[in-house]
Design a protein around this ligand. Structure first.
Ligand code: NAP
Length: 199
């Protein structure tokens, strides 16, 4: 697929590199696509990756990962332009009590927004292998085809896509995952994962 990563930091850089390695065509959308940071990222990502402006990346991607800090979401989505019909993966988190999901849906009303990857630290996305079990990647979206596409991208990366309801189911999952994080991360570090066993 043609995938744009807008934001080329921990999340955008990590996921973009992994998607390029899996054979997808990736464009990093950056404030400065010619920076030294982007040059190094492209060296790591290989021949399936390129870089452009935020607007160019948004036009390129069938799937667009929004991976910027909360304060930059509004400006970046304005710069991206109309995302009509595109799949917009929202991995952004806010810690001010406002809903990152609601904000992105409001700012990108024509996109098929899928909430995903926001419950996992970038280190696990870079390497999700564990000796036993598969890490759960919770996702939700109101367009079934868009959600299925993102679920496929998640499985391809070696994670277990666990779909939860929109929007209340995900809000509850986020609260639960956050509560567990405050107890488990001090004990096990950032790279522990949750698994959802089901039958
Ligand atoms: N880090 C994690 O493990 C993690 C896990 C789950 C969710 N998240 C969420 O994912 C989002 C991205 O987190 P991150 O850790 O990838 O952040 P980060 O490493 O700081 O990267 C953010 C990227 O946003 C871009 N950007 C665009 N406009 C910007 C501006 N005005 N100022 C600074 N940067 C700007 C930058 O790329 P360019 O310089 O190329 O423009 C930068 O590399 C956040 O909303 C975070 O809450 C992070």
């Amino acid at each position: 697929m043609k995938i744009a990563a807008i934001g080329s930091g921990n999340m955008g850089g990590t996921l973009g590199k992994r998607w390029a390695a899996l054979g997808h065509q990736v464009m990093f959308g950056s404030r400065d696509p010619h920076s030294q940071k982007i040059k190094l990222l492209l060296q790591d990502a290989g021949t399936n990756a390129q870089a452009g402006t935020i607007r160019e990346a948004a036009a390129f991607g069938e799937v667009i990962l929004l991976a910027v800090l909360p304060d930059d979401v509004e400006r970046v989505l304005a710069e991206a332009g109309d995302l009509k019909g595109k799949i917009l993966i929202n991995c952004t988190n806010r810690y001010d009590g406002k809903s990152a999901d609601a904000e992105v849906r409001r700012l990108a009303p024509n996109a098929h927004v899928v909430r995903a990857f926001h419950t996992l630290p970038w280190e696990v996305l870079a390497d999700p292998r564990y000796d036993a079990g598969t890490a759960a990647a919770f996702l939700s979206g109101d367009d079934p085809a868009a959600t299925a596409t993102v679920a496929h991208l998640i499985s391809e990366m070696g994670l277990d896509p666990v779909e939860v309801g929109v929007p209340d189911g995900m809000a509850q999952v986020e609260t639960a995952v956050g509560t567990l994080w405050s107890v488990l991360a001090p004990r096990f570090g950032r790279e522990y994962s949750l698994s959802v066993l089901r039958r």
